[in-house]
Design a protein around this ligand. Structure first.
Ligand SMILES: N[C@@H](CCC(=O)N[C@@H](CS)C(=O)NCC(=O)O)C(=O)O
Length: 220
């Protein structure tokens, strides 16, 4: 009989799912990975969390955690071998809120400009929103001028909760980002992108279809 396990519904490139997987990995939490297609979400996931966003963690006892930051805090609460929760939690959460609030708003408008505009002026990227996002990045650049990481000389929850979004931002216009526009942020991001934990959690998984059906051999 198949062993019961926690289940994570995830999407490989999603920054929210990336940070959830990072925390599950560092905490050594064992789980069944269910890779989903955002355009075709499995029924099991929607039953567990009707809002339909990834990541969704369904614990063995049936508890559902469907906010990435809550998954991070749950995993690190179980085990935090690198002391990601070491710095003050309130300061870290404040920093994280800026990213998932205003920064993500500007990132989406910059990256997916054509979704927000129509007609002749339709652009593929939105530079005013890039500039607004850069105002926030300038704050991090300033911190990283003197600190190796956002909260000091060791990586913490803030770094791991934030870098997946900066990765997404950096990929929109790679040549421009690589000038580099923010040299210390560039160095900081490279550290995480080259880390073993990042390679581990970016492993590709076949798309999960349903418990009853076969798993499709497609990769996202
Ligand atoms: N607040 C949620 C946001 C998660 C989120 O927005 N995930 C995106 C993918 S990156 C999603 O699932 N969007 C739904 C969709 O595209 O249908 C969290 O932190 O977990």
């Amino acid at each position: 009989m198949r062993k019961q396990n926690h289940i994570l519904y995830s999407f490989r490139r999603c920054p929210y799912a990336i940070r959830a997987r990072l925390s599950l990995c560092i905490a050594g939490v064992d789980y069944e990975h269910r890779e989903v297609l955002l355009r075709d979400k499995p029924e099991e996931m929607l039953v567990a969390s009707p809002k339909g966003s990834v990541p969704v963690l369904v614990l063995m006892d049936g508890t559902v955690i469907d906010e990435s930051l809550d998954i991070m805090l749950w995993a690190l609460g179980k085990s935090d071998p690198e002391n990601w929760l070491g710095p003050g939690l309130d300061d870290m959460l404040n920093m994280v809120q800026t990213i998932q609030g205003p920064f993500v708003e500007h990132l989406n408008r910059y990256k997916y400009a054509s979704r927000y505009t129509s007609g002749a002026g339709r652009a593929s990227i939105d530079l005013p929103h890039r500039a607004k996002a850069c105002e926030i990045l300038q704050i991090y650049e300033h911190i990283l001028n003197t600190n190796t990481f956002l909260m000091g000389d060791k990586p913490s929850l803030s770094d791991y909760a934030i870098f997946p979004f900066i990765r997404q931002f950096a990929a929109v216009e790679k040549q421009w980002w690589d000038k580099p526009v923010f040299p210390d942020l560039h160095r900081w991001l490279a550290y995480f992108l080259n880390s073993n934990i990042f390679s581990e959690i970016m492993a590709k998984h076949p798309v999960f279809v349903s418990n009853e059906q076969e798993v499709k051999p497609i990769f996202s």
